[in-house]
Design a binder for this molecule. Structure first.
Ligand code: BGC
Length: 734
């Protein structure tokens, strides 16, 4: 007998009539499970890439045959309404049970309207804007036939050599947790059943960002305290925001690859956190347990993964090829398999796919929504907010549009493709507005002189043409940085200076003795001590997506006052790495008068630009800091008010940051930890009272027994506009 979708619907109705249970869609899922063969169940645990857009090795070229036989329940890297409709039609009309497919894709910072890379967005410290960016990405992706994004990536990244820093929220746990929540809310909206919300996926669980030496996929070896205090909280925040799925990471933790880690997937995720969605592997990460050296063969690896609690196998075909055998040998129970199938079917129900498998993917919406003016305006707004002003001597910026001539030099000045950044989903270079085009909108043609100067990663030595052009101008804007695939997956760098001959170019231009403004475009912190010393102004613009050119122009010419703050530390050189603001003090903190204290002989301990740092065209003052009650218990909130004043002549936004230091702990504590921030807009001369209410229970850490504790004693409270420029007060917790 050939079952189809309507048979399922009928069975569901009968099931529902028998009685509803608390578990969402339990009756419906039970009815389907009753109809499924073991092979079909395993099919639901299987995710293959379509041939269209590939982000790793393709193991199953013949995935369409598998699909027809009910042996694959989920596809990724397939998108657009029409393409996915056809694949869905195969699942619904040609398979025995007609269970709809789930379509996933890496929609990281936009689907087709490309927003700034995630690290850049994080520099905005603007949760509403970040949520809106994810919302728009979901709306476009859903119109393009997608149900599920492999985002947000919530890995803490303390090593700028690691290429995937571009994909996360930077180095800080608290900021990263706020951003994780905002992104999950943006992707999933308030109702997964709506056809413009998609499943989010917290990845990569866990500690992927701690890869040794910043080399992607490399070994991770961190303490459980560091794991629990630094790396896990953003995942917990995503879970608290209702994230529907988790992805395992490629790395090991404590000698076990995350994909086989019962500790991570069972003890932490299911038992402690009560996660009730499904867990997918990263790309072939079951298979990678063989080279990791914990599995003798793929069958062994599949067993480790299912025992650990992995529900879905991404691209590895390990479940497809070996789960049945493992069940037949009684190594894996049917209830284990069904537990995983339930989670996946539940997600399909939540999305409404059993009501209408084609409800996502709409060619008309695709046409009207994707790259709509509203979406591009939001991308431009997000891009402006993501820019960080790192240096601005003598108020070089903003530039006046009345300047006689401006030279725009550099390999990234008239470039569209790189603006997309890595992981740009289906974004197109042709939809990006270059910096040159952005500036052309505000200056007359006769005012702009342009020359690329050199390639991004070339070995040029002759810059004479660029110099001769620049010599005619009143100010020189130099657009420098990385090619977009120098960061992202498998894109670690051991030297993080400007690639190729770009530094030589700017050194040569500096001999002209004209104001030099460097516009950086890059996916990670760069080590740029020479620029910091010698050029007049530096704008960190990361990769800002489609509207990069207009957004940077807005900042260069003062239409927007930069408000971004670094979400990650910029080192002076690679030797300082790892370097992050919330380090421990050591027993010999640096003291210039004592040789035997912690230091380098050849470079300062301090970074070039600290976490939380970013300048503005105006100046702000924080005054009248008042702590309401400075003796508190763990049940209280720390209530602090302060006045923020805009002392300058232009309006702008400031990010006021609150850090704490736990003075004495049963274990050593970081020198400071971010616990709150507020982004405030003020007109010139305007002042506003800001108020923080920080739960004392959020000031804790995991002690030697791995219990989360807030210990009694003194805490310093630092308030300021970066992790280093702060005023300190103190409280007692008793
Ligand atoms: C990456 C994941 C990504 C997956 C699917 C992997 O290589 O690590 O972040 O979601 O590919 O494209």
């Amino acid at each position: 007998m050939r079952f189809n979708f309507f048979v399922i619907l009928l069975t569901i109705c009968l099931g529902s009539m028998i009685g509803k249970t608390q578990e969402p869609f339990k009756a419906e899922i039970d009815s389907i499970l009753n109809l499924m063969t073991l092979e079909e169940k395993i099919g639901q645990l299987t995710l293959y890439t379509s041939g269209w857009d590939v982000t790793g090795p393709v193991l199953r070229e013949n995935y369409l045959d598998d699909l027809r036989q009910g042996k694959v329940g989920n596809l990724f890297n397939a998108h657009t309404a029409a393409y996915n409709h056809n694949l869905q039609k195969i699942a619904v009309e040609e398979t025995r049970l007609g269970i709809p497919l789930l379509f996933g894709y890496d929609v990281i910072h936009g689907y087709k309207t490309i927003f700034p890379i995630s690290l850049a967005e994080s520099a905005s410290w603007d949760m509403d804007a970040i949520e809106r960016s994810a919302r728009i990405a979901a709306i476009e992706a859903a119109a393009g036939g997608l149900h599920w994004t492999f985002a947000p990536m919530v890995d803490i990244a303390r090593d700028p050599r690691w290429g995937r820093v571009m994909e996360g929220a930077g180095e800080d746990t608290y900021l990263g947790s706020c951003i994780a929540k905002a992104r999950v809310k943006g992707f999933q909206g308030s109702d997964l059943a709506s056809n413009n919300t998609i499943l989010a996926c917290a990845k990569h669980f866990a500690a992927y960002g701690a890869a040794q030496a910043g080399r992607d996929y490399h070994t991770v070896d961190i303490s459980e305290n560091t794991l629990r205090d630094i790396y896990l909280p953003p995942f917990k925040a995503a879970l608290d925001a209702g994230v529907a799925t988790f992805m395992t990471s490629f790395n090991e933790y404590n000698g076990m690859p995350a994909t086989g880690s019962k500790f991570l997937l069972q003890d932490v995720l299911r038992d402690d956190w009560k996660f009730d969605g499904f867990v997918v592997t990263d790309y072939t990460s079951i298979n990678e347990m063989i080279p990791h050296g914990v599995a003798a063969n793929l069958k062994h690896a599949a067993n480790l993964a299912i025992q650990a609690g992995v529900d879905m196998d991404m691209q590895g075909a390990a479940y497809a090829d070996y789960l049945e055998e493992l069940v037949n040998e009684n190594s894996v129970s049917i209830s284990q398999i069904e537990g995983a199938v339930r989670q996946i079917l539940k997600a399909k129900y939540q999305l409404g796919l059993f009501d209408d498998p084609y409800r996502y993917g709409d060619t008309l919406l695709e046409k009207n929504l994707i790259l709509s003016n509203g979406h591009l305006d939001a991308a431009r707004d997000m891009a402006k907010k993501s820019i960080v002003l790192l240096k601005n001597d003598n108020q070089t910026l903003p530039l006046k549009t009345s300047l006689r001539k401006i030279a725009l030099i550099g390999p990234l000045a008239n470039n569209q493709d790189n603006l997309l950044g890595a992981w740009a989903a289906s974004g197109r270079a042709s939809d990006c507005v270059s910096l040159l085009s952005g500036i052309q909108e505000v200056l007359n043609e006769s005012q702009i002189l342009f020359h690329p100067g050199c390639r991004i990663n070339g070995e040029e030595t002759d810059f004479s043409e660029a110099v001769s052009i620049a010599s005619q101008a009143d100010a020189i804007i130099v657009a420098l940085g990385e090619e977009r695939h120098m960061s992202g997956e498998a894109a670690s760098r051991s030297s993080i200076g400007l690639p190729g001959s770009q530094l030589e170019l700017v050194k040569t231009l500096s001999a002209l003795d004209k104001p030099i403004i460097v516009v950086l475009m890059n996916g990670r912190p760069l080590a740029i001590p020479w620029l910091d010393q010698r050029v007049d102004a530096i704008l960190e613009t990361w990769f800002l997506g489609n509207m990069a050119g207009p957004a940077i122009t807005d900042v260069l010419f003062g239409k927007y006052n930069p408000s971004g703050k670094l979400p990650i530390t910029f080192p002076r050189n690679e030797g300082q790495i790892p370097i992050y603001y919330n380090m421990k003090n050591t027993g010999r903190p640096f003291n210039a008068t004592d040789n035997y204290t912690s230091k380098y002989l050849d470079v300062a301990n301090e970074p070039l630009y600290p976490f939380g740092f970013g300048l503005s065209y105006t100046s702000f003052r924080i005054e009248n800091i008042n702590i309401f009650d400075s003796v508190l218990t763990i049940y209280d909130d720390l209530v602090l008010t302060a006045d923020l004043k805009n002392n300058g002549t232009v309006s702008g936004e400031e990010v006021v940051q609150l850090y704490i230091t736990d003075k004495v702990g049963s274990l050593t504590r970081p020198v400071r930890e971010l616990k709150g921030f507020k982004k405030i807009f003020l007109e010139p001369g305007q002042s506003e009272q800001i108020r923080f209410e920080i739960p004392i229970r959020s000031l804790g850490f995991h002690n030697a027994k791995m219990d989360y504790v807030v210990e009694e004693g003194a805490f310093d409270i630092h308030l300021g506009n970066s992790s280093t420029n702060t005023v300190t007060k103190s409280i007692i917790v008793q």
